[in-house]
Design a protein around this ligand. Structure first.
Ligand code: PEP
Ligand code: MN
Length: 341
């Protein structure tokens, strides 16, 4: 038994009674109050519940139906919540008709350059500013990010432009400082299965942008979302950023079929990052367009005023004028699929 659907007439008292019953069996209740119905997601090892106990719960007053979910993820599944999740970040919504674009440099490199890029992406129509202050670099000798100093610059860029900040966490020890400055916490591809980190971000009330692991299946990815949600944070945004395949012409293989697949399996919003997907700036625009056509709820695009001098991911970063042109070109594609950009 994984889901308990309550009758529309169920009272708070009946809900409390059911919750207590679950707690007495070492389980927790995740309560989702929809417009029509309240649904309880049963969290924990539900295999401990016998069929007799399940029947007893089914017979409790206020209960309409008790169901098992065959998928290993529950809270993230469409069965648990049929309506699309819309995440509101300081008035900017992800998961609605309008497709927000998260743009900015790979890393926060300095105050002046970040302010400049923030103004440029804002002028081009971006909805969020991004930039890493803690960077997951392949080499320990590469630029690792500015840490809290970088977070301060991001907060200043938000003040100046009004754009909410998306930035990556790599270590649970940085959670407090990141929560202080970020509007959305990014979990990078390399940490998609860092389960302790997932549990930690599950305890805070900031939305989490969960990138797909380098070689993660969609099921594994949704299980990682489930880790976050199981701790109470339901505001998870999935981000497809390409996976490892045998192909070397692009940095990764951008799996755009993940978008419609996820739309069937989950209610969570899906963002596409063509920049890390292809790794080359001149391939970003066509894949961004394809992502919008495929039904993406948002885009993440790396932009740098001077890509040749960028401290990371310069080859895949768009110059501001190229980004601006792309933003214009995306409009008719969004309109063709009933969206707006
Ligand atoms: C990034 O967003 O700059 C980044 C490091 O992405 P990913 O984790 O997808 O490689
Ligand atoms: Mn990057």
């Amino acid at each position: 038994m994984d889901i308990i659907v309550l009758k529309p007439t169920a009272t708070e008292e009946e809900l409390r009674h059911i919750t207590k019953k679950l707690e007495s069996r070492g389980l927790n209740a995740n309560i989702s109050k929809g417009t029509e119905r309240t649904i309880i997601g049963v969290i924990g090892d539900t295999s401990k519940i016998t069929e007799e106990e399940e029947d007893a719960i089914r017979a409790m007053s206020g209960v309409e139906e008790v169901m098992r979910i065959l998928k290993p993820y529950k809270l993230a599944s469409r069965e648990f919540k049929s309506e699309d999740t819309v995440i509101d970040i300081a008035g900017r919504k992800i998961g609605e008709k309008k497709i927000p674009v998260i743009a900015g440099p790979c890393a926060v490199e300095g105050r002046t350059i970040l302010m400049r890029i923030a103004e440029e992406v804002k002028a081009a129509g971006a909805s969020f500013i991004r930039g890493g202050a803690y960077k997951p670099r392949t080499s320990p000798y590469s630029f690792q990010g500015l840490g809290e100093e970088g977070l301060r610059y991001l907060a200043e860029a938000r003040e100046k432009t009004g754009l909410p900040v998306v930035t990556e966490i790599m270590d649970p020890r940085d959670l407090d400082v990141i929560v202080k400055y970020a509007d959305v916490i990014q979990i990078g591809a390399r940490n998609m299965q860092n389960f302790r980190l997932l549990l930690e971000v599950g305890t805070v009330d900031k939305p989490v942008l969960l990138k797909r692991g380098l070689s993660a299946t969609i099921k594994e990815w949704l299980m990682s979302a489930e880790y976050i949600m199981s701790k109470g944070n339901q505001n998870v945004i999935l981000c497809e950023r390409g996976i490892r395949t045998f192909e070397t012409a692009t940095r990764n293989t951008l799996d755009l079929s993940a978008v419609p697949v996820l739309k069937q399996l989950t209610h969570l919003p899906v963002v596409v990052d063509p920049s890390h997907g292809v790794g080359k700036w001149d391939l970003v625009a066509p894949m961004a367009k394809a992502a919008v056509a495929a039904g993406a709820d948002g885009l993440l695009i790396e932009v740098h005023s001077n890509p040749e001098e960028a401290m990371s991911d310069g080859e895949q970063s768009l110059k501001p004028d190229v980004f601006k042109r792309l933003m214009g070109e995306l409009k008719p594609i969004a309109a063709a699929v009933g969206r707006e950009i």
